[in-house]
Structure formats: C-alpha cells, structure tokens
Ligand binder design. Sequence first.
Ligand SMILES: Cc1cc2nc3c(=O)[nH]c(=O)nc-3n(C[C@H](O)[C@H](O)[C@H](O)COP(=O)(O)OP(=O)(O)OC[C@H]3O[C@@H](n4cnc5c(N)ncnc54)[C@H](O)[C@@H]3O)c2cc1C
Length: 322
Amino acid sequence: MALSAAIFGTGVSGLCAGVELCKAGHNVTLFEKAGEAAIASCSWLAGGMLAPWCEAEHAPNDVVTLGQEALSWWCDYTPSFQRKGSLVLTPARDRQELTHFARRTSHYEWIDEEALSALEPDLSGRFSKGLYFAQEAHLDPRQALLDLVAWLKEAGACFETGTTKVPCDVKGDFDHVIDCRGLAAQDVRDDLRGVRGEMLLLKTSDISLSRPVRLLHPRHPLYIVPRENNIFMLGATMIESNDRRGVTARSMVELLNSAYALHPAFAEAEIVDMQADIRPAYEDNIPRIDERQGITYINGMYRHGFLLAPAMAMQLAGRLKM
Ligand SMILES: Cc1cc2nc3c(=O)[nH]c(=O)nc-3n(C[C@H](O)[C@H](O)[C@H](O)COP(=O)(O)OP(=O)(O)OC[C@H]3O[C@@H](n4cnc5c(N)ncnc54)[C@H](O)[C@@H]3O)c2cc1C
C-alpha cells in the first residue's frame, strides 16, 4: 500500500525530495508558506552551478562525491541543464590564486589564451591562463524549480501553498513528515546557522558566454553563470549573518567591479534583478538527513543546494523504504 508523505518547503530540497518519493510510490503533499511554490525560496536566487570538482577548493570530499550524482539527475528534469564545463580565471596579478585553486581541486586541464578563445571567444585576449573543468554543468535554477513543480503536479503530488502550518501540526495525518524549510527550521533546530548571499542578474547582448566562469580574487571572488535571453547571474557574497536586508551598496559595487574585470561589456549591462537571502548551514557546512520526534529533516544545504539535493533526496527515498 502507498504511504503518504508531507513535505514542508518547496525550495530545491523539498522539490527533489518530492520527486524521489513520488518515484518510490508515495502519495506526496508539499506544503509551502508562500503563495506560490519555489519562488520565495533561497533556491530561487542560486547560480545553478553544478560544479563538484571546483567546490573541492573549500568543501570536503563528501560534497565532491555526492555532487557528481546531480550531473545525471538534473538532466532528466530540466531542459535548462547544460553540460559545457566551467572555467576558472584570474587576472595576471593574482596568478597565485589559480595555482592555489588547482592544488586543491581535480578533473581540470590548464588552458592557454588560444584554448580559452576557442571556448569563450568573447574572452579572447583577456586572460593568458585558466583552468577548464570539462565535466561540470549548469542549469537555470528558476526554470529548474518550475520544471520540478510541473513534474510533481503531473505525477499527482498535491501542493498546499500559503500554509500557516508547521511540520508538527500534521504529524498524525501522514505516514512521514519531512521538514525542508531551510533556515525557517531554526524555530526547532538551534544547530542551523545562516550564511547570507547576494546576487544580481544582468542583461546585455554585448557579450556572450557558454558556461559559468569563476574569477578568482583574494577578497572578492565572483562567478558569472550565463542564462537564456542575454541574462547573466552574478554571485555571490558569503557573509556569516541572518541579515535579510536587500543587497548592500558595498556588495553590489564589489560584484560589479569583478564583473567589469572579467569583461568591460558588463559595465553597460542592465541590472534586472538584485536580491539577497540566507543559506541554511550546519557547523560543518555539510547537509544531512536526520530524524527528531517523528519528523525527518533535510537541511544544511549551505552553498550546495542544487548540487546536493538530488543525492539527499535519493537517500531519503532509500530510508523511507526500510
Ligand atoms: C546568491 C546565492 C547563490 C547560490 N548559488 C548556488 C549554486 O550555484 N549552486 C548550488 O548548488 N547552490 C547555490 N546556492 C545555495 C542554494 O540556494 C541553497 O543551498 C538552497 O537554496 C537551500 O535550499 P532549501 O530547499 O534547503 O531551502 P530554501 O530554498 O530556503 O527553501 C525553503 C522553503 O521553505 C519554505 N518555508 C518556510 N517556512 C515554511 C513553513 N512553515 N511551511 C512551509 N514552507 C515553509 C520557504 O518559503 C522556502 O520556499 C546559492 C545561494 C544563494 C543565496
């Protein structure tokens, strides 16, 4: 007999969990506090880089291993998935940053100016050396989240948006209750902390890129992820804070300066969106699934929601089968 599952939160954690539980034959209901699924989540602001090998620069091996599962998972759910690799560059004066990055990562090749021009013609002549991670991928997070919502509806999952409930309110009504509320779960979990992230969306037809580019800098590292319709996602700050204000002037200037350093064409770009949100993280910056008083928690995605939510969702489906 099919079991019923209530999932709280329709960010990337809740939606991926919903997909895997539907596939496992559960009757899934997703509860979301906002009036619409996905759009009020921290996930809505993500860059959408699926870059497990680059993340090894600062993340433990678990992130690299689990993150590789995302590469095959996402390609089944969103046409916005693209596997074109990613680039890591730095201005000549910060070359030691590139060497340091290379020492801590794997699955890249060093490229020279000519190879860079072949990959990204618009960056021709601007950088003489770089790292190319050919197996990495990216997606458009907003499109990907909406694609998951559509998949879930098609699969028969129910959505209860605008809810005022919290997971413990529905404990007796479902076989399983899963809390994927991101930072909102701080109301019951004092082991969660917030890491503020700010991002901008720029629009310009003066430059085109085919893949995410990271620009290393000792103080303001930046990445740019290209999207459809001449849109570029520019991110992201990492600030130990639960501060939910909008993007600060300082962060905006630093992000834009770095974009300009990558290519002056960004100076004339239109800023079409600018937002900040708080990434949910545990002390070790590694997500986990655990259970407390009859509620299962998937949380602590930190800066790896799109990279790690598929693996966590598959683990959840495996656990609930037992
Ligand atoms: C600027 C920025 C860039 C990023 N870039 C990347 C990237 O390139 N790649 C990557 O993998 N990750 C990236 N991340 C990290 C990623 O966005 C997070 O890890 C991820 O969003 C966490 O997802 P989540 O589903 O756990 O939480 P959230 O996305 O925050 O979702 C939680 C949901 O729960 C809902 N909720 C809250 N309370 C309730 C309630 N009582 N009932 C029901 N619902 C409730 C919220 O409204 C929300 O929809 C980035 C983050 C930021 C801020």
